[in-house]
Write a protein that binds this ligand. Sequence first.
Ligand SMILES: [Zn+2]
Length: 498
Amino acid sequence: MAAATATLSPPRTTPPTYHRIVSPTLTIPTDPLQSIPVGLLACQRDPLLSELATTAVSCRESQSPTVPSNGREGKKKKTPPTPSAPLVEVILHDTIIFPEGGGQPSDVGILTSADGELWDVVEAKRHGGHAVHYVRLKPQQNVDQALKAFSPGALVGVSLGEEGSKRRLDHASMHTSQHLLSAVLENKLDIPTLAWSITTHPGPGYVEIPRGLSPDEIAFVQDECNKLVFEGRSVHVEVEELDAEGRVYTGTSVGIPQDYTGGVKRTVIIDGIDRNPCCGTHAPTIHNLQLFLFPHTETLSRSTATSVRLYFLSGPRMLAHLTSSHTLLTATAGIMSCGAPSVPERVQQVVDERKKATKRVEDLEAELAASIASELASTTSGQGRAIVLHKHRTDDSTNALGFLSAITTAFSTKIKEGVPFLLVLSSSPSAQTGTSTTVVLIFGSDDKKVKEVGDALKAKLNVKGGGKGSRWSGKFTGVWKEAKEGQAVASALESVQF
Ligand SMILES: [Zn+2]
């Protein structure tokens, strides 16, 4: 059984064949005062390394309190709150903290100086060809102390720490899966990858492709990828000098950044499947990188062309997705008092019932509005005399004004021809607070009088509203009391004479 377990587990150490320098003239700088260029960093030579002893090359206080965005301002990100603690920029001889680049986000980690002090690396960026570590000082640390700890040649320990190790596993799983997915799309369906992103945990990554895929095609691509995963194809990296004339690689999906001056061309190879220029920290094998594709594509419309995004998950992010999906489904099943598989059917049933109930409420409201209207139309205080009255209601309705309006519509069909009238209808919710809204609707046979009463309510009750012709509507905020607001309406109506 031990052997079987071993073959199903990813290797604990990176095989020596992972990192291959394929140029006879390319060497990794050994001078401890020189920084190894991005492309040849320890994190790129050995993605499973979680600790490294190295030396400091330079250190300076950062000019800005926030880490610069490497010229990616075009993508509108939420501006993080400006942290107050100072940042220092540390360049090391070598590092296992991957600097953001080529679509892969930065690692985080911890530096240990010779005096045993621990320093938090909140981000690493590539500046030209070199990795810069951004160290956020703790309250008890100061810039002078940092400049001393990272003076040229000083010994420095680099580690990913728990958080950094989780990030590494996540980024490696997602990035290697992206290469696999793009390769299968290209090889099996002749679909190029136009752009991609592994985003940040726990959101899905995506590849952008020129056309949508049918659910069958998506299932096919997922199957093809996972067959290769099951085979456990190996991954390795080949590095050589960048061609003098060919700075920018003209590969299918990924190019080398224009400002990259490391002078190293790095190609990531999935055995027998894919060769792609890339600087990322790839898993040494696609073993265990089960790939989940979202069973639909999302169409993006841009002014120039239309493309779609195919979303994917693998590794820790896929597990996080399973956990959150399961939690949502279980919670919904609990609310619906049914088993998880019955959730869609039960939700559909509730939606259908709700539609029927809404229809029933509408029918009953129409009937009630007609009944109230009849009652109002017959409330003449004398033969041929005008109808001038206020009717207040309590309605917990999402559209109380609509209901009052339905009463006026019914009223106009019931009132005897030629009888002058002016109605003030108001409606409050059953539980009133200082922020409750009472709606008011004025309806009358004389447009001028409707406006006069509306103006009076505006002045006396601070009702906000307006109207045109025979109708005027407004809103009153606060607690509507018969003894106060009701009386105010009554006194506004006293002045109405027909
Ligand atoms: Zn890549």
